[in-house]
Write a protein that binds this ligand. Structure first.
Ligand code: NAD
Ligand code: IPM
Ligand code: MN
Length: 320
């Protein structure tokens, strides 16, 4: 296995080494290599990512990513969006797990309001929301494939946005073809209901930006953004990253919560068939948290590195 390690910016540089340490502890024989992308690279050489980095990422079996800083500058293209697009990572899978909560948000990851088709005019700016039948059907099949006995929830704004009428129809057709029960909710009501009644939900499928917003909001259920991992999956590539960003407000202080990044490493293990190891990593995280080894966002006083050490200590016990 070739694993590209991409810390990125801000706390990505603090949490990724911890998650990488967990992976290396479990699979020391894999080939790990660093790839530099992000704002730091942009400041240094005027581009957040180059052709060489894209090639290095596409040659990896798996990518472990941290976070990048993306300033609201019309000339700055998010490197993350470029990678998701170039590697065709169409399914953004965001599990939200904790006491009383076990749901997965499946976010379409290549189109919608993130089409990249946008332009500015004097006095106005336009972004084109693109929803295709191909894109909707493949994310629907992916999400339906994750439903185990329960039902699929479809989040749209099909009452007002015509592109969501297409999305809705494609998802319903694919769910029915897969023999998966479905329900639908408008995304605004869904955001609230997920927070009020999380146990009602299993797999939720939605379009790109709705999934972005819903997943951060769902962090409320499990202790915040520091807890949520994600997988970006395509037919050829697999990319694992925390849901959170580069958190410039706490970067450089050694207090970022590494749990989201460690759980992303667990998703990587599970994706490549190391199910027992993935379960062991998640269990080690939960045991460390239960023992009070927590960063300040969770009310504790542990550092990023201390949480990593506590998790590895428990994995060591599991392995011996
Ligand atoms: P953010 O997720 O970086 O931070 C939001 C809040 O959550 C901050 O108060 C931060 O301190 C806290 N937080 C996030 N992760 C945490 C962790 N692991 N431990 C403790 N606290 C944590 O979102 P933002 O502030 O809206 O964005 C900051 C920058 O990150 C922006 O440039 C944005 O574009 C970028 N961003 C990148 C990604 C990514 O690379 N995947 C995702 C989201 C935002
Ligand atoms: C995420 C982030 C990204 C997104 C940004 C940084 C491009 O918020 O991964 O959730 O909007 O998808
Ligand atoms: Mn987001």
């Amino acid at each position: 296995m070739k694993v590209a390690i991409v810390p990125g910016d801000g706390i990505g540089r603090e949490v990724v080494p911890v998650a990488e340490g967990v992976l290396r502890y479990i699979r020391p024989e894999w080939d790990y290599y660093p790839v530099e992308v992000g704002y730091g690279r942009w400041e240094r050489c005027g581009a957040a990512i180059g052709a060489e980095e894209i090639r290095a990422l596409s040659e990896a079996d798996a990518i472990l990513f941290g976070a990048v800083t993306t300033p609201p500058d019309p000339d700055y293209l998010s490197v993350l969006l470029q990678i998701r697009h170039d590697l065709d990572l169409y399914a953004n899978v965001r599990p939200v797990r904790g006491p009383g909560v076990d749901l997965i948000i499946v976010r379409e990851n290549t189109e919608g309001l993130y089409s990249g088709i946008e332009w500015s005019l004097p006095g106005s700016a336009c972004t084109l929301r693109v929803v295709t039948e191909r894109g909707s059907r493949r994310i629907a099949r992916f999400a339906a494939g994750l439903v185990k006995g329960g039902h699929l929830t479809i989040g749209t704004k099909a009452n007002v946005i015509k592109s969501d009428v297409l999305f809705r129809r494609c998802v319903i057709e694919e769910a029915e073809a897969a023999g998966v029960a479905w329900e639908e909710k408008y995304i605004d009501a869904l955001c609230l209901d997920v927070l009020m009644h999380p146990a009602r939900y299993g797999v939720i499928v939605t379009t790109n930006i709705f999934g972005d917003i819903l997943s951060d909001a769902a962090g409320y259920l499990v202790g915040g953004l520091g807890m949520l991992p994600s997988a970006n999956i395509g037919d050829k590539h697999a990319f694992f990253e925390p849901v959170h960003g580069s958190a410039p407000d706490i970067a450089g202080r050694g207090i970022a919560n590494p749990v989201a990044a460690i759980r992303s490493a667990a998703l990587l293990l599970a994706h490549f068939g190391y199910a027992d190891e993935a379960v062991a990593v998640d269990a080690a995280v939960n045991a460390a948290l239960a023992a009070g080894v927590r960063t300040p966002d969770l009310g504790g006083a542990a550092s990023t590195v201390q949480v990593g050490e506590a998790v590895i200590g428990r994995i060591r016990e599991w392995m011996s």
